[in-house]
Design a binder for this molecule. Structure first.
Ligand code: MG
Ligand code: ZN
Length: 217
C-alpha cells in the first residue's frame, strides 16, 4: 500500500514537469521524440543515419541519456548539432525533470526536432512521460521474438515500433509476421516499420514519418 502511494506521488510530480516540457516546446513548434529500447538496439545509430540523410535540412538537437559515458553524445556532435549529455549516475531511466534541466542548456531558437535518447532499458523508461510528442520504441531482430510479450509497456505506450537491423533477420529465429501480430495485439493504434541503417532499407519511410509528425499529420 505504501509503495503504491509513493509511486503515485513520483508520477504526479513527473507529470507536472512533463507538461512544462511540452508547453515550452509547443510554443516554439519543436517536435520532441523519445527513443526507447534496450542497450544495443541502435538508437544512436538511427539518429546518426537520420542526421546524415537530412544533411542539415532541419535544425535538430539531441538529449542523450546514459548511465555514465558521453560516447553517444560525441557521435552525434559530429553532425554539428547541439547535444546535451544527461548522465544519470546509475539511474536506469530519464525523468521529465531531467529534460527541463537539459532544455535550459539548449538554444531552442529555430529548432525543429529534439530527439531524446533514453537510457538503454526496456523496463522503467516506459513509465516516465518526458513531455514527448511521439514515443518511438526500437527493437532489433537480434533481441529475439519474446521481448514484446516480456516487456509490454515499452510497446503499448509507443506511437511507432521500429524493428531495427532488419538485414540480420535471416540469421535469427524471428518471424516478421508473428512479431508484427504480437505488437499490434498490445498496441493496435501504433505504426510499425522495419529498417536497417546498414543497408538503408526502410530509412526513407522513417524520415517521412518524422516529417509527417512535425507537420501534424
Ligand atoms: Mg546509444
Ligand atoms: Zn529506471
Amino acid at each position: 500500500m505504501a509503495e503504491i502511494i509513493v509511486m503515485k506521488a513520483v508520477n504526479a510530480e513527473n507529470e507536472l514537469y512533463a507538461a512544462q516540457v511540452k508547453e515550452t516546446l509547443d510554443k516554439r513548434g519543436i517536435l520532441l521524440i523519445n527513443l526507447l529500447s534496450s542497450p544495443g538496439s541502435g538508437k544512436t545509430s538511427l539518429l546518426e543515419a537520420t542526421l546524415k540523410e537530412w544533411g542539415g535540412k532541419y535544425r535538430c538537437a539531441a538529449i542523450e541519456g546514459d548511465l555514465f559515458t558521453d560516447e553517444d553524445a560525441r557521435r552525434l556532435e559530429r553532425f554539428g548539432i547541439q547535444v546535451v549529455q544527461l548522465n544519470t549516475q546509475g539511474s536506469c531511466h530519464l525523468t521529465a525533470n531531467m529534460i527541463v534541466k537539459a532544455l535550459e542548456k539548449l538554444d531552442l531558437k529555430d529548432l525543429e526536432f529534439l530527439f531524446v535518447e533514453n537510457v538503454g532499458n526496456l523496463v522503467c523508461p516506459a513509465s516516465f512521460n518526458l513531455g514527448e510528442h511521439k514515443r518511438v520504441t526500437l527493437l532489433s531482430v537480434t533481441e529475439g521474438k519474446d521481448k514484446i510479450k516480456k516487456y509490454p509497456k515499452a510497446f503499448y505506450t509507443a506511437d511507432l515500433l521500429v524493428l531495427s537491423k532488419i538485414d540480420l533477420l535471416p540469421m535469427t529465429d524471428v518471424n516478421l509476421e508473428d512479431l508484427k501480430q504480437d505488437f499490434f495485439r498490445v498496441n493496435p493504434q501504433a505504426d510499425f516499420l522495419s529498417l536497417s541503417v546498414k543497408t538503408g532499407q526502410g530509412l526513407s519511410q522513417w524520415l517521412e514519418k518524422l516529417e509527417n509528425w512535425r507537420r501534424g499529420t
